[in-house]
Design a protein. Sequence first.
Length: 166
Amino acid sequence: MVKTMTDATHGAQIAMLGNEPDGEENFTPLTREQAQRLREQEPLVSIWWIVVGQLVVGILAALVALVVAGKSNVAWSVMYGVLAVVIPGALFARGLTSQFSSISPVTAGFGFFVWEAVKIGVSVGMLAAAPRLVAGLDWLAMLIGLILALKVYWLALLLRHKRKTA
């Protein structure tokens, strides 16, 4: 049986699946108007905005590291940590937004796993190559840059929530 309930925060009707007495599931699709209203209430955050946000946070963190530590190798270490998140994230975003990934749901699902594997592989490769690429690498500074870039996802979700309630 399909049950509907009203979400108190958004006033939207939510369809819930339940088992029919005969064991079959019933699902009522949204109408075009309901789907449009849901899209307006729950706007998507562009993956490209997140990547750009990570880069901006990384540049600011590297500048702060340069001012606080007074050493350029610390700032480069922070920036490299950020780039170890941004570059694989940009590859992932490009792969997910490619024409191949929008052919069908199967290719989209397959593409997601392939590009996630590429993202992880590039991240690990960049971290392994860090001592050879960054002169005087400061591991702690690189880790701080990496963590700050990863936390931008949470910031994007927080800003999305605040924008919805405004």
